[in-house]
Structures are given as C-alpha cells and as structure tokens.
Design a protein around this ligand. Sequence first.
Ligand code: 4AD
Ligand code: MG
Length: 468
Amino acid sequence: MEKIKRTKIVDLLKSEAFGSTVNVKGWVRTRRGSKQVNFIALNDGSTIHNIQIVVDVEKLGEEFLKPITTGASLSVNGTLVKSQGKGQNVEIQATEIEIYGTADPNTYPLQKKGHSMEFLREIAHLRPRTNTFGAIFRIRHNMAYAIHKFFHDRGFFYFHTPIITASDCEGAGQMFQVTTMNLYDLKKDEKGSIIYDGDFFGKQTSLTVSGQLEGELAATALGAIYTFGPTFRAENSNTPRHLAEFWMIEPEVAFADLPELMDLEEEFIKYCVQWALDHCQDDLQFLNDMFDKGLIERLQGVLKETFVRLPYTEGIKILEEAVAKGHKFEFPVYWGCDLASEHERYLVEEHFRKPVIMIDYPKEIKAFYMKQNEDGKTVQGTDVLFPQIGEIIGGSVREENYDKLMARIEELHIPMKDMWWYLDTRRYGTVPHAGFGLGFERLLLFVTGMSNIRDVIPFPRTPKNAEF
Ligand code: 4AD
Ligand code: MG
C-alpha cells in the first residue's frame, strides 16, 4: 500500500481539501451497503464522530471486505470528497485498504449498540472503544488540562506530594498499608503489636488519603501551590460516589481567609465547567442526547448562579423545618450530625436549587487541622455541595496557631511523632492559610452527567474489585 501521511479524523472532518489523497487509520464502527457499494464508519478516537469510507465493492473484492466487521482496524488511502449523503460533510472514496486486525463477530463483545453500563464495567478493558467512554475520557483529559491551566494562570505551582506516607491526614483511619514484610511471618512484640523495624521504611506506612499536609509545607514557602494526584481510601463505601482509588486536586494558599477560600472554590469549579462547555461540545452534546437531556442546561445553569454561603447551623435549621413539614430522611437530623448525602442534596436540589458552600461545621465532625472559631464549637471548614453529587469539594481555613492546634491534636490523641514536621509550619513563621480538595471524579460526574463514579475513571477500584 502506498505510504501517505496519516490525518486524524477530527481534522479530516473539518477539511475542505476536496480531491486530495489522504490516509486515515482507525477502528470500524459499522460496515453496511449493497453488492456495488459499501459504507464503513471509521473512528480513531480523536473525536466522537466517524468518517465515512465509501468502497467500490467490485474494485476491492467482496472476499477482501468480508473480515471488515465491527471492531476491525484499518488503514485507508483514498480521496477526500464532499459527501453526498446526510449527516456528514466529507467522506473518503477508498482506493486502498489495509486490514491491521480483525475482530471476530462471534466473540468480540462490542457488537450491538446499547450495552448496559454494568456490562461495560465488566469489560472495562474494551469500553474506551465505545462512543460513550470515548466521550467521557476525552472530557476527563480536557478537565485535567483545564485544572492545570487554571492554577498556572493564577501563579499556583504544581507540587508533587508523596503517595507513600506515614501520616493519616484526615485521621479517619481508612488507609491501605504498604509493606514488604512477609505477611505469613509477622514479627510481634509481647503485646502482640507488629514490629515494623524490619519493614522497608522501618515504620508503618500507607498510601496517602490526601496530600494536604505536605501541600501546607509548600504553600508556606511558595505562597500558592496545588497538588493533583492519586488518592487512596479504604473506606468500605459501595456507593455511586466513592472509589478506593481516586484523583484529588488540592490547592493550598498562604494568607487566604475564609471568604477568599470560598471565592477560589467557586471560581475554580465554574472555570472547569466553562472549559468543558467551550472545548468538549461534541462529546457533551452526545452525552446530552444519549443519557441526560438536561446536562448542558445544568452546566450552563451553574455558571449563572452565585453559590450560597450557608453556615452549618442554619443548614440544620432548614433540614429540621423540612422534617417538621413531613419530609422523610433516612438518617436523623440534629445539630452535631454529620450530614448524609440525602441532606446535602435536599439543601441543594430542593431548598436552594443551586450549589451551596456550607461553612462553620461542629469541630467534632471535621479534621484536626481546621481553624477553630471564637465560639469554641465550630471550625472554618467548607464543603461545596452540588446537585446530583452532594459533596464535591472539602476544604478549610487551617488552624495556624501552634497552641490551639496542639490542643486539638492532644484532644484527638493523634500520635505526635508523626506530626512534628507539620507542626514546624506553626512553630516557624506561621501564617493564616487555607486550601481545599476537589475529587476529580466527582467533578467528572457533574460534567458528564454520569450517575456512577465507576464510569468516569478508566479502571475503577472499589471494594472487591481491582480488575484490569
Ligand atoms: O473532604 P475530603 O476528605 O478532604 C480532604 O481530604 C482534605 N485534605 C482536602 C483539603 O483540604 N486539602 O476529600 C476531598 C474531596 C471530597 O470533597 C470528594 O470530592 C473527594 O475528595 N473524595 C472522594 N472521591 C471519590 N471517592 C472517595 N472515596 C472520596 N473521598 C473523598
Ligand atoms: Mg469531606
């Protein structure tokens, strides 16, 4: 076959170089047609759209065309022409086709359209080849790019925090241990505790639940930083919003206070949503048409709204009033309770009908590092609550006062030996500072309109599932 430089389908579909000879490579979506002429819909992943290849059956031979079934991979040389048919502007009149690989229709799982999302999860190694997952993963890439651009343009530095750590940032004890010890022959002391001296790091280590603590070290030096990395939580939550391995973005800003933190959270999410609307139109339109007719409208809607700033205590009042009026929640509502996602969604979807930033939580339900308010009861935590999702961001102003922070650490019996380096930020040149964590997949749930978090990450890790 004649060697011609390959052009991606996304570019060919925009081209007006009619009459030119081109090469296109990709995977067959469908082949249909008559004894005289065949139409192959070819996709190469560069766009949701296929290019139509028109084949003169007599010229290439019926036998030759037979193995060109759904999923087969091809290289096609041909002439770019203005399309006669509906639905596309350009097509390729094939002169030569090379078949790279066939896909036996008797065994290739992606045959008919309309596979269930559950089935596609079982074949997560092939699902990127579907229109739906192609769209989702292109959007995922675009969101990652937008996030880096947002922070870079505002003078934040991308800071890499460790994945293996000896500290539990959130103090929730949901960590995956990392060890090279022989689990069949663990050395224990007389109390039965495992002796880690001989382990790889000489101490107990785990996969990180957050890069925040190290992020604070950087923010109090570089001024404003963000992390963007894999995060691990061994919480046994089999919900559509939890993963055991997810990606988190954690900006941390020196000299920021609560209003500035909330403004950053709101501006950041809106920037990402705007980016998707501007740069992922075709993929969003596809998801809108196929799954969720309100998707694009919902994304545009969020941009118009100012997020509500709501103190926890007021939020509880609203929920208690709802209960008094007969609204049924599965979990009880009272001052001091940790809000369940049904509560968060009531506030966002039914009461305010727009995103809510909830602040000033009871200190008992939040992490040790949050700045304590004058009332002695609440802390300057911020959760950003979103329609369909619930909590999309968790953040706070940090307690910068050494004595107050120490008092809280002692109250919670957090082992000091793990914390000395963190406390040095408060011991030397401490400053007010604040930051937050955005769950990347929670953002993607909102932007793609998918209803299960397993469908916005290529290879989900959840309880009892680490396939692929
Ligand atoms: O609210 P979280 O636990 O906050 C922190 O980890 C802080 N250290 C962040 C900070 O202030 N730098 O988690 C932050 C966000 C949540 O709002 C949620 O979007 C996401 O991370 N998240 C999860 N996403 C998917 N699966 C899970 N198991 C998640 N746990 C948290
Ligand atoms: Mg949280």
